[in-house]
Design a protein around this ligand. Structure first.
Ligand SMILES: Cc1ncc(COP(=O)(O)O)c(C=O)c1O
Length: 382
């Protein structure tokens, strides 16, 4: 089936009891058993829930994996991934421009368990190759990165990872969604998402999902999901399933508006630099065209320092000043003090996350209204 058909139907059959077309919200903590050891495959809702299962099957189909497991947040999904792949004495390589919360998890929590991390510029394959060690068990890549939109060659990194039989490549595909990028098709072993973003798409649920391409990894992650217990609730599973049905049309709209806003920003004299993979001057533009089928709606641009950014962000009205991204409404943020505040200042400076950097998650409103709002904010700058 095609992607749009799978987005609507994969993992979802009409309810066997009533014929309801939409997967019901099975809001139950347990299931009655006919006798000792005799049940319908459902014993306790941390372990199995039909609404969650429908979402997990749906996402496994869209990301072309063998199975998926849904968690209470994107960070819970990444935490489960570290439980799957890393133990004391192991080494992991990560993109040096990860979402700040992912860096915080690795640096402030997982490292305490005796795992060593190397933060590499994964856009440069030679840097990844140099960072590899005999005990490297995970390469974790975000592409495009948050917020600088750097692109990593997924196929190239997967070849480096697979030179070592025990190393897995995991890709955070939150920014593109499987509609525009499918890492497993490009050689990755595991895909992780914050479903909070484009998958749910309506800024009304927090969740995460891991999709795996190896059966043994999938079995182990299912065990971890049940044992550690950070599951996605039935209601949130239903919201994300509902969101995914319109993922293709929303992503097309985000992409169209994203290109228009990037072109508008590119022509503004107050914008010192713009980060959008759809722009020909973006260093990852050619690679993005090869491994992604659209450029999405995430853009970062640089103004002249903190005061200018503060003044600009204080002036926008239609664009909401808020963390998060991927919803139908346009959100605008200041990475240095918001999403990336947990990244040390000198590291932020090295990565280009300056005090003048503004990130915009372009929504699907009328683009003329968004441009008018930005224009009004630019007019306030000296
Ligand atoms: C790229 C990326 N990955 C993971 C996360 C974490 O997801 P959550 O906030 O659902 O825990 C975020 C959150 O902003 C993100 O932007």
């Amino acid at each position: 089936m095609g992607f749009k058909t799978d987005a609507i139907h994969a993992g979802q059959e009409p309810d066997p009891t009533t014929g309801a077309v939409t997967t019901p919200i099975y809001q139950t903590s347990t299931y009655v058993q006919e006798g000792l050891g005799k049940h319908k495959g459902f014993e306790y809702a941390r372990t199995q829930n039909p609404t969650r299962t429908a979402l997990e099957k749906n996402m496994a189909a869209l990301e072309c994996g063998v199975a998926g497991y849904a968690f209470a947040s994107g960070m819970a999904a990444t935490t489960a991934l570290t439980h799957l792949l890393l133990k004391q004495g192991d080494h992991a390589i990560c993109s040096d421009n990860l979402y700040g919360g992912t860096f915080r998890l690795f640096d402030k929590i997982v490292r305490n368990y005796g795992v060593e991390f190397t933060y590499a510029n994964t856009s440069n394959l030679a840097d990844v190759e140099r960072a590899m060690r005999a005990n490297t068990r995970m390469i974790f890549v975000e592409t495009p990165t948050n917020p600088i939109m750097a692109i990593t060659d997924i196929r190239g990194v997967s070849q480096i990872a697979h030179d070592s039989p025990e190393c897995r490549l995991a890709v955070d595909n939150t920014f593109m969604s499987p509609y525009f990028q499918r890492p497993i098709e490009l050689g990755a072993d595991i895909v992780v998402h914050s479903t909070t973003k484009y998958l749910n798409g309506h800024s009304d649920s927090v969740g995460g999902i891991v999709v795996l391409n190896h059966k043994d990894d999938a079995e182990r992650l299912q065990f971890i999901q049940n044992a550690a217990g950070a599951i996605l609730s039935p209601f949130d599973s239903w919201l994300v399933l509902r969101g995914i049905k319109t993922l293709p049309v929303r992503m097309e709209a985000h992409n169209t508006n994203g290109i228009a806003i990037a072109n508008y920003l590119g022509a503004k004299k107050q914008v010192k630099r713009i980060y959008y993979p759809g722009r020909p001057e973006h260093p990852g533009h050619d690679l993005a065209k090869k491994q992604m089928s659209g450029f999405g709606g995430m853009i970062a641009f640089e103004l002249d320092g903190l005061e200018q950014a503060r003044s600009f962000l204080g002036r926008v009205k239609l664009c909401s000043l808020a963390e998060s991204l991927g919803g139908v409404e346009t959100l605008i943020s200041h990475p240095a003090t918001m999403t990336h505040a947990s990244v040390p200042a000198e590291e932020r400076a090295r990565l280009g996350i300056t005090d003048g950097l503004v990130r915009i998650s372009v929504g699907i409103e009328d683009v003329e209204d968004l441009i008018a709002d930005l224009e009004n904010a630019f007019a306030s700058l000296a």
